[in-house]
Design a protein around this ligand. Structure first.
Ligand code: FES
Ligand code: FES
Length: 170
């Protein structure tokens, strides 16, 4: 385990959405703040107790709540945020499905919700409604009542299985 001094500046390197990033940080800084400072402001902060999931990103292939990870812990990792999903302006099928099924209102939970859906559909390409609801149970939404989010995830799973657009498993 690495030991850091309280005010020590630490240089970390990680990949965000395929780009190499160098970032200098104090050891206590949370990954969510680091990502937002680096310009990935789609990563949101909705709570301070790890409940809401608005800060969800994919780190080394797993969905994580970036408010519960220190930036220094992300040294050497690969991170995917919602900004990295569309390719050349073409929406990822999950983004398309959220749009088509009206699965967002204020949009604050949406980046985290979409990243959780991305992870869920990698784990379970054809989830049942119950599995979808359980799969997104770490992501709170105050606007939609969840129903249209569930519909969007179902539609996204069909689109991905039908291969309507290229889908890279990471
Ligand atoms: S900001 Fe709420 S779980 Fe991370
Ligand atoms: S769309 Fe507003 S919190 Fe989910």
């Amino acid at each position: 385990m690495k030991v850091y001094e309280k005010d020590q500046k630490v240089k970390i390197h990680f990949k965000v959405n395929g780009q190499d990033v160098e970032y200098e940080t104090e050891p206590r800084k949370l990954l969510v703040h680091a990502l937002r400072e680096l310009g990935f402001t789609g990563v949101h902060i909705g709570c301070d107790t790890s409940n809401c999931g608005a800060c969800t990103v994919i780190m080394n292939g797993k969905s994580v709540k970036s408010c519960t990870v220190l930036a220094v812990e992300a040294d050497g990792s690969e991170i995917l945020t919602v900004e990295g999903l569309a390719k050349d302006g073409k929406l990822h099928p999950i983004q398309e499905a959220f749009w088509e099924k009206h699965a967002l209102q204020c949009g604050y939970c949406t980046p985290g919700m979409i990243m959780e859906a991305y992870w869920l559909l990698k784990e379970k390409p054809d989830p049942t409604e119950e599995e979808i609801r359980e799969g997104i149970s770490g992501n709170l939404c105050r606007c939609t009542g969840y129903q249209n989010i569930v519909e969007a995830v179902k539609l996204a799973s069909q689109k991905l299985r039908l291969g309507q657009t290229p889908y890279q498993r990471q």
